[in-house]
Design a protein around this ligand. Structure first.
Ligand SMILES: C[S@@+](CC[C@H](N)C(=O)[O-])C[C@H]1O[C@@H](n2cnc3c(N)ncnc32)[C@H](O)[C@@H]1O
Length: 268
């Protein structure tokens, strides 16, 4: 079963409009197999029929489509330079953003959190290294409600990509058979929500650190620029933006100061 060129384009445009994700020709096979899998599940036979329902739907059917079309690869301590930066440059972070100490609170946003590994890693690192008395508040969001549900369950089958050292593993996880459960202390620091980065940001308070890692790679250049502008406006002065290793702000810095590869600061 194959999608025609016109059908593939219709699905690509819908995904781009609603999620910002740019599906080029190289994604055709993936889109095709997911579309046919999903429409069969709905008891349908024709991609056009499925598409028609999808464009009118913003609830269950659309949500299942989003869960399927998005890529959720993640790990604990993935791209660990960001976590080392928090540990090693804490004085720099607190000096450039004195509001953290003044308010006795650090607010962090894991903005495409997938199954929560990134958010829980942030929680463990902050719990370990931030001075006592500073309240840790982490918001973790993703457009896929399936991964948000998994993140809230906080139970993991770890693999070789999860670079959790034994100290953290013993302190912040409980093992049941081959499943690792995140401790309640760490869970209590993170709030999970479904949120689409293409929507206007609804936040009243500014964040001190925003993680936006390994999602901008799926967006085209104008979408990335728009998003970076929104991140800038929702960061505190002296706040930091952490992006993925294969991402860069070079042409689209929007007033950010470069600190080191994949780390940028809002200065004004
Ligand atoms: C590859 S994972 C990255 C997870 C984590 N940040 C990391 O680096 O390990 C990309 C995540 O971005 C999410 N995503 C894709 N488009 C999104 C959008 N428009 N708004 C919010 N999340 C989105 C996907 O659902 C997926 O969970």
């Amino acid at each position: 079963m194959k999608l025609t060129q016109a059908q593939f384009e219709k699905f690509s445009i819908l995904v781009k409009e609603r999620l910002g994700i740019h599906l080029n020709e190289s994604k055709r096979e993936m889109v095709q197999s997911k579309v046919f899998k999903l429409l069969t599940k709905e008891g349908l036979t024709c991609p056009d029929e499925y598409y028609k329902i999808l464009i009118k739907d913003r609830s269950t059917l659309w949500s299942t489509f989003v869960d399927e079309i998005t890529i959720h690869k993640t790990n604990f301590f993935r791209e660990d330079n960001h976590f080392n930066f928090i540990k090693e440059k804490l004085d720099f972070i607190l000096k450039n953003n004195p509001e953290i100490l003044k308010n006795s609170e650090i607010k962090v946003w894991s903005s495409a959190c997938s199954t929560g590994d990134e958010a829980y890693t942030i929680a463990m690192v902050l719990k370990e290294y931030i001075p006592p008395g500073i309240n840790i508040k982490i918001l973790a969001t993703d457009v896929s409600s399936l991964v948000i549900q998994e993140a809230q369950e906080a139970e993991y089958l770890l693999d070789q990509g999860d670079l959790i050292n034994p100290y953290f593993l013993n302190k912040y996880f409980k093992k049941f058979d081959n499943i690792y459960k995140v401790s309640d202390t760490i869970k209590s620091l993170v709030t999970f929500r479904t949120f689409n980065l293409m929507e206007p940001f609804p936040f009243k308070n500014k964040f001190d650190i925003i993680f936006c890692r390994n999602v901008m790679i799926y967006f085209d250049f104008p979408t990335q620029e728009e998003l970076i502008k929104k991140f800038y406006n929702t960061l505190a002065t002296g706040g930091l933006l952490f992006i993925g290793h294969s991402e860069s702000l070079t042409q689209k810095q929007y007033k950010f100061d470069y600190i080191q590869p994949t780390i940028y600061m809002r200065k004004d």
